[in-house]
Design a binder for this molecule. Sequence first.
Ligand code: SAM
Length: 329
Amino acid sequence: MTNQLMSPSNPIDFTYLSDFFNRHRLNHASRLILAALHEKCQRQHGDLPRWQQALNDLPSINQAWLKVTDNAINLTGASQTSTTELREKLMAFKPWRKGPFRFLEIDIDTEWDSLAKWQRILDLDIDFNNKTVLDIGCGNGAFLWPIAEKKAKCVVGIDPMWLFYHQFMVFQRYAKCPSIAFLPLGIEQIPTLALFDTVLSMGVLYHRKSPLDHLLHIKQLLKPNGELILETIVLPDRQNTLLTPKDRYAGMRNVWMIPSVSVLIDWLLKTGFSVIQHSPLCKTTLDEQRQTPWMDFYSLNQFLDKHNDALTVEGHPAPYRVIIHAKID
Ligand SMILES: C[S@@+](CC[C@H](N)C(=O)[O-])C[C@H]1O[C@@H](n2cnc3c(N)ncnc32)[C@H](O)[C@@H]1O
């Protein structure tokens, strides 16, 4: 199976995964995940050759080293390539949404300051030490690096978007972090086996048509006493309220339900979790999410009401977010 993933029509190398799964006692999931990757690789995606080429065009770097600092996920090392050339090579992977990253001397100023969200996770003092972690909807893997640095035994990121897989590989091809794997798959393709100590679902719940089924699915992925870190948009409302936007929410087409925190907690209780703690409500600011030269599509600024930033352009409450730390009963 693993060799077939390396066929000429599919140059993406997932052969390391069998060893990764063995090392981290995830072998029960190995066969089904490799089959899902194989199946995905059979389907054509028009941009794959371009992104593969862009990865191959990246320069060699001596003494590469990746570290998460206060203001970036930072790859250092020595290369002969000029700054202008390097910037152009990295721009080939636009749009860059999650980060920010620093690649040698280039600052990749992403749409989101994901380290602000990471700081809110740190404030909850969650212990990742020696944990087997799954990050559902991990984007380009921005959170995989700080979780690995927190000494997780291993961290698996899943996201179905091929672009995000390639953005992750821009760094992993140098960092070669042995405790991280990125699977370009959706949650539906992950076998429901209780393999993980900690599951993160961040920025995903409001995109699920059935949020309770998403929570039940996560429960099946967790070992006994497993923990969930659930981050999502909520209504800034203390009552039991729920918004089901008929059309878009803050410009996003695929938003199904936005609960108040109390409804969200009811959903967790109903699906067999108990809440350990939650973060304060946090209004998404234009410092945390904005258009940049690395992501030049519309962003939050264009999706808030010009005269009242408490509302979205559609007239809904502007996005607030919460992180809930829960465990299975
Ligand atoms: C709003 S982003 C959140 C990214 C990141 N977790 C964060 O908090 O910044 C939602 C992510 O979910 C991913 N996604 C969409 N459908 C998915 C699915 N079926 N399974 C897993 N992830 C999915 C998207 O590609 C996107 O990267």
